[in-house]
Ligand binder design. Structure first.
Ligand SMILES: [Zn+2]
Ligand SMILES: [Zn+2]
Length: 146
């Protein structure tokens, strides 16, 4: 099948990543750590030979995180699944930094891809099953108003 890219602009903070997974399917959702009342996406972080934990705000486009390693702008971090230690890094390179990006897999077949260089805001959300996404959207729109 030939796949085409469709670019959809959404306001930052409108899409909540509820079911982020590693490539092997472990959930990265962490109910013990919350941002604005919603469970964070958590991963293992490696930076300068040290290993720690990083928690991401689960709202797409909100660049907020907390990490015990305190990464600084320009640092390049490696991210791993906290359960099976699989690397989250993918083949696609950040078009700005020329480093491999990382991906969080979504339950509906999409992927959230982002640059592992701290301070770089290059990221995108890939939705593979667009039909399902649009179907859900239109059902919502056409629901009879009471
Ligand atoms: Zn895993
Ligand atoms: Zn980048």
């Amino acid at each position: 099948m030939i796949m085409e890219d469709v670019i959809i602009k959404v306001p930052a903070g409108k899409i909540l990543i509820k079911n982020g997974c590693c490539p092997k399917g472990c959930s990265l959702t962490n109910p013990e750590k919350k941002f604005a009342g919603k469970p964070a996406m958590s991963a293992v972080i490696r930076l300068n030979g040290k290993t720690g934990t990083i928690h991401f705000n689960p709202y797409f486009g909100v660049f907020e995180y907390q990490s015990d390693l305190d990464p600084q702008d320009g640092d390049l971090v490696d991210l791993y699944c906290p359960h099976c230690e699989t690397s989250l890094s993918i083949q696609e390179e950040c078009s700005l930094c020329q480093v491999p990006m990382f991906a969080i897999h979504l339950a509906d077949g999409g992927e959230l891809r982002a640059c592992p260089k701290v301070g770089c805001r290059n990221h995108h959300l890939t939705i593979v099953d667009l039909d399902a996404q649009f179907a859900a959207f239109y059902n919502e729109e056409r629901r009879p108003k009471m």
